[in-house]
Design a protein around this ligand. Structure first.
Ligand code: N01
Length: 536
């Protein structure tokens, strides 16, 4: 194919992460469609392709963070650690691509610039930055929730004399920080995972913290042969439990309010979750941790006490105690030695709340307190989450309406799967679905299977177009908002709320109704003949 020739397809999938790989497999192998997957990177893996910073791991356990669609794949793949490292997850994605012979239908190094719906032909014309054009009946955006990284909003990066790296697109060949003075901006999951490793290499490490986060020890360890065997024998039951759970990770349902328990009872329960390195065990310890400020405060204070007991310098410990948001309303982290890293003599914390960041200079980073000279700067400053990857593509639906305009006041989507005015376009783990509030593997499979079933049903009925109605979308948006407002999530300034990106509308972008109830809802919609959609 030349760069300007048009490829005729039944379906084009954008993004070769876990969503795109599985979507390609189901559309090509199960439905027999002419499907193609395009990917901006030079390999598969999506978020695990780009986020190769040292220390990157998933904080869902290996045995649960994997595909369930192939029992053979489940049996043959061997995870080695409790929480999988980025290199191991990437090897898994590569293995899946090879095992199911997916690569022959993937084009790497293709960044999509625009997608325009032709209402007459009921087809999408998708154009890549290279000029390549794809003409497809269905367009499936598997572009990820955390794939557009953001830099800190400070001037001067261009004049810094040394290298600047972002954790979200870490250099392929790695970075050697041995003996260097390193400055890290950002203390979310990416910062918290990588800072202990940067500290191993750097001669001086300065961490610039705007908002401290809650973190717990991951308790990572090699997996035992017996636990792997047990899981492999019981995978079917486990997968079923994942799909009906709240977060895509089965944990016993809480039965009691945190405020009804005794102080000792609470301490014991939180300690168990802390010792297990299990975020969900703490988040789900009581019925009201995520809905009642006072109940939540008991979990928050438990973690703060841990921070005070680990960090030697009391002023540093206090600066690292989160107080401006409820526990769990910004994504809590799992770490390996994060707090103890600040006891090392060459590691220091700069509290940007008392001394704000002002600029990047030729030699380092300036706050209101003065200039910190460093050799390398690392931005661990997160992402334009959920909508960033979709809005950066010029997507035009009915009447030339752009998705970016439609979402100017926040994303609106029917079930997180489809958008009114954009027929035959599907989003995998899109805004308004459980996505980032769940084990992504479970939500990805749920969406891919729903989309595949929808395209199959549509085709079997001899229809060529499906579109969410405005009314159904509004009703879903109201439900997502209502359920979100019953929790503490909207009280935080978080990327869930879009508030980490200046100017982004403040909307709670995920559905907190639970993976299981959500699955029932979307299955019912399909069973009722795609209620809320129009088929033409
Ligand atoms: O990004 P973040 P992340 N000046 O947005 C700070 C997933 N993930 O890449 O909080 C100064 O969480 C910002 O400060 P503040 C996971 O879902 C998963 O770490 O905005 N500071 C914050 O401290 C996670 O939640 C895994 O005040 C600035 C940090 O940068 C999500 O990805 C691992 C600033 C950004 O934290 C994102 O995590 C890694 C500025 N101008 C990531 N701008 C696992 O599965 C931003 N900051 C384990």
């Amino acid at each position: 194919m030349t760069e300007t020739s048009t490829q005729q397809l039944d379906a084009l999938i954008v993004g070769a992460g876990f969503a795109g790989l599985y979507q390609l497999k189901t559309l090509r192998d199960d439905l027999g469609l002419r499907a193609r997957l395009v990917e901006a990177g030079e390999g598969v893996g999506g978020t695990w392709y780009w986020n190769r910073y040292p220390g990157a791991r998933c904080d869902v356990e290996s045995l649960s963070y994997s595909y369930s669609f192939s029992p053979e794949l489940e049996q043959e793949w061997e995870w080695t650690e409790k929480y999988p490292t980025q290199p191991e997850i990437l090897r898994y994605a590569e293995h899946v691509a090879d095992r199911f012979d997916l690569r022959r239908d993937i084009s790497f190094g293709v960044r999509v610039a625009s997608a325009v719906y032709d209402e007459g032909r009921r087809r999408w014309t998708v154009t890549a930055e290279s000029g390549a054009v794809y003409d497809a009946r269905f367009l499936i955006m598997a572009t990820g929730c955390l794939s557009v990284s953001k830099a800190p909003e400070v001037p001067g990066a261009e004049r810094f004399g040394g290298p600047i790296h972002h954790t979200g697109h870490w250099p392929y060949e790695g970075v050697d920080l041995t003996g260097q003075r390193v400055g890290v901006i950002g203390t979310g999951s990416s910062g918290i995972q990588s800072i202990p490793i940067f500290a191993e290499q750097a001669s001086e490490l300065t961490v610039f913290q705007r908002t401290p986060n809650f973190s717990m020890p991951a308790g990572n360890r090699p997996l035992g042969t017996q636990e792997i065997t047990d899981m492999k024998e019981n995978y079917r039951e486990w997968r079923a439990a994942q799909r009906t759970s709240g977060f895509g990770v089965p944990v016993p349902a809480p039965t009691m309010s945190a405020l009804e328990d005794t102080e000792q009872g609470r301490a014991a329960r939180y300690q168990t979750g802390w010792d297990q390195g299990n975020l969900t065990a703490v988040l789900n310890a009581y019925t009201d941790t995520l809905t009642d400020k006072a109940a939540n405060e008991t979990a928050a204070e438990f973690v703060r006490d841990k921070i005070r007991s680990i960090v030697d310098d009391p002023a540093t410990a206090e600066a690292m105690c989160p107080t401006s948001f409820a526990f769990g309303t910004k994504r809590p982290c799992l770490d390996s030695g994060y707090y103890a890293t600040f006891n090392r003599p060459h590691v220091s914390l700069v509290d940007l709340r008392s001394t704000p960041l002002q600029e990047i200079t030729e030699r380092g980073i300036r706050t209101s307190d003065g200039e910190y000279e460093v050799d390398t700067i690392i931005f661990a400053t997160g992402f334009d989450a959920m909508t960033g990857a979709l809005n950066r593509i010029d997507i035009r639906g009915r009447d030339g309406r752009t998705l970016a305009d439609e979402w100017a006041h926040g994303p609106r989507s029917y079930l997180g799967l489809a958008v009114s005015g954009f027929p035959n376009l599907f989003t995998v783990t899109g805004p308004s679905s459980p996505s980032v509030l769940s084990n992504m593997m479970v939500s990805i499979e749920q969406h891919v299977e729903w989309i595949t079933g929808c395209i199959r049903d549509l085709t079997e009925r001899g229809r060529t177009e499906i579109e969410a109605s405005d009314e159904a979308q509004d009703a879903w948006a109201a439900h997502v908002e209502e359920v979100g407002n019953a929790t503490l999530y909207p009280t935080a300034d978080s990327w869930y709320m879009g508030s980490n990106v200046p100017g982004k509308p403040r909307v709670f972008m995920a559905y907190i109704g639970g993976v299981g109830p959500y699955a029932e809802k979307i299955t019912d919609v399909a069973r009722r003949g795609y209620e809320g959609f129009a088929m033409t």
